[in-house]
Unconditional design. Sequence first.
Length: 104
Amino acid sequence: MVLQVQGPLTIGERDFGIRRAVRTALDSGSRAFVVDLEGLTLIDSSGVAEIATTHTAVANRGGRLALCHVSDKLRDVFVITRLNTVFETHATEAAAVAALTVQT
């Protein structure tokens, strides 16, 4: 399942939708997820926490979540917070899908 983020992931955007979409898909049996951040316009600590919480929910159910189109600034945040050791990131959606397909 590919989830495309459009717009901001900030504290003002209380209903991110990512977690709900992933949990619904998990309940339906899906276990491989790509979160495409190409359309992300702004992210704060709440948005990063949302991605981390979603990643944990997927991992706890035996699945995998990969990110693609991660901006340089967000990649820097991941390095500073050491989330770069948690998140699987890929340059493109196709690369992320291929990685999950091969290893899932």
